[in-house]
Design a protein around this ligand. Structure first.
Ligand code: ADP
Ligand code: MG
Length: 235
């Protein structure tokens, strides 16, 4: 999928100033930058949750700017606290499919497959409050997986987990990407997360791209002192 010169203004305030990122299929791209630099806004425009002011979002070469979120081949993973507390794990995972009117047998089948991938089979009848933090986050991922999207979007999914669990979940998300071989766009303000997870990193600052490159490229050849400082390399 491609982000082509995409911009966003809220009234007279422009917060994204023409960002372009070409993302080959199957790549794990991390959008990183300080709080308020526009990461969530950019991701929400890709998802279709926020109208774009200018530019294009393309999936498989097709401009999807005017498609509602459900018609884009994209699923967003939210933080685990966005689970429905009064629905079981299985119901949480199948809810989007149920809303689309898919047959129950198909939903059950896809929920079961996603649960197998995520090691959640024993927990399907439980409620979110009966799960650990890591299991809840896996349910949040399961809701996206059942839709079998072309692109997964994550907006700081691990920020409410403790440090140890965060490290474990990073590895689980990377493993998931390897298994599914899908494109993932992952937003974080955590440099370590970006450096350890990304195939390529997009460094944003005040709604502009400072640099795009592999973790090694950013570390070895930061484009400027902002990138160097943010990534934490000497220079
Ligand atoms: P990040 O996710 O990188 O922390 P955001 O995308 O949330 O940043 O915000 C980028 C900028 O856009 C910030 O300056 C923020 O205040 C502004 N912004 C976000 N949403 C709105 C909105 N609905 N109305 C006005 N300004 C907004
Ligand atoms: Mg944000």
């Amino acid at each position: 999928m491609d982000i082509v010169n995409v911009g966003k203004a809220y009234g007279s305030l422009t917060v994204i100033h023409g960002v372009s990122v070409e993302i080959p299929d199957g790549e794990f791209v991390v959008l990183v930058g300080p709080s308020g630099c526009g990461k969530s806004t950019l991701l929400r425009m890709v998802a279709g949750l926020e109208p774009i002011t200018f530019g294009d979002i393309r999936i498989d070469g097709q401009v999807v700017n005017d498609l509602p979120p459900k018609d884009r081949d994209i699923a967003m993973v939210f933080q685990s606290y966005a689970l429905y507390p009064h629905k079981t794990v299985a119901e949480n995972m199948g809810f989007a499919l149920k809303m689309r009117g898919e047959p129950k047998a198909d939903i059950d089948d896809r929920v079961k497959k996603a649960a197998e991938i995520l090691d959640l089979v024993p927990y399907l009848a439980r409620y979110p409050r009966q799960l650990s933090g890591g299991q809840r986050q896996r349910v949040a991922m399961g809701r996206a997986i059942v839709r079998d999207p072309k692109v997964f979007l994550f907006d700081e999914p691990l920020s409410n987990l403790d440090a140890k669990l965060r490290v474990q979940m990073r590895a689980e998300i990377k493993e998931l990407q390897r298994r599914l071989a899908t494109t993932m766009i992952y937003v974080t303000h955590d440099q370590v997360e970006a450096m350890t997870m990304a195939d390529r990193i997009v460094v944003l600052r005040d709604g502009r791209v400072e640099q795009i490159g592999s973790p090694l490229e950013l570390y070895d050849k930061p484009a400027n002192t902002f990138v160097a400082g943010f990534i934490g390399s000497p220079s």
